[in-house]
Design a protein around this ligand. Structure first.
Ligand SMILES: Nc1nc2c(c(=O)[nH]1)N[C@H]1C(S)=C(S)[C@@H](COP(=O)(O)O)O[C@H]1N2
Ligand SMILES: [Mo]
Length: 198
């Protein structure tokens, strides 16, 4: 007995300390979408950050002319899969917020197609979030949020809005699609904040 048990207990033991509580390691890249994949032609695509008083807008050309970063991140879906070392390229939210003047503490992220998700503004800043438009050395696939998605890997992956269209800054928190449906308002995978009340 004892001799073969370690390392042979299946995928649930794989991942070690990098796996948040209750998660298992996934090697594929599942697609999770609450609705159909929206298709927006790049010449009509835009990304915006809106404060109470002004809206900053980037066309596709403007966004992709900005300096990029190439974060490698572990991602954690609330349905319990985690994927290690995902490779992205995109624009840091720090760059996009450079000229944004606002004391608002909350963000509501809007996607093409109508999906929304909320998070504190501070979780978008200081190297924690990107507008990603390349994955694994290729254009981001439409099913995974292409042309561009929010990437905020330190929170459950539902916060990483695919087909991102705008970030609205608010003085009061406003729950998004899953947050309204009983999921946790913040969603820290390391504190296993899956559902409201966790
Ligand atoms: N616009 C939009 N963004 C979304 C979703 C969605 O349904 N619509 N699903 C979320 C959820 S629950 C997860 S786990 C990830 C899945 O991203 P993937 O399909 O690239 O794995 O996207 C998140 N972003
Ligand atoms: Mo998810």
């Amino acid at each position: 007995m004892g001799i073969i048990s370690r390392g042979f207990s299946g995928h649930r033991s794989e991942g070690g300390d990098r796996l948040p509580p209750g998660q298992y390691l996934e090697h594929g890249f599942p697609v999770l979408s609450a609705g159909p994949t929206p298709h927006v032609p790049l010449d009509r695509w835009e990304f915006a950050i809106a404060t109470e008083t002004e809206t900053h807008r980037w066309t596709w050309q403007e966004l992709t002319a900005l300096p990029t970063e190439t974060p490698t991140a572990d991602i954690h879906c609330v349905t319990k899969w985690s994927k290690f070392d995902t490779d992205w390229e995109g624009v840091s939210l720090d760059v996009l917020f450079e000229d944004v003047e606002s004391s608002a503490e909350y963000a509501l992220v809007h996607s093409y197609g109508g999906y929304t998700t909320n998070l504190p503004v501070e979780d978008l800043l200081d190297g924690k979030a990107w507008i990603a438009y390349r994955y694994d050395g290729e254009e981001l696939a439409p099913t995974h949020g292409g042309p561009a998605r929010l990437l905020v890997p330190h929170l459950y992956f539902w916060k990483s809005a695919k087909w991102v269209r705008a970030i609205q800054l608010l003085d009061e928190d406003s729950p998004g699609f899953w947050e309204t449906a009983g999921y946790h308002n913040y969603g820290d995978p390391w504190r296993e904040q899956r559902y409201e009340g966790d």
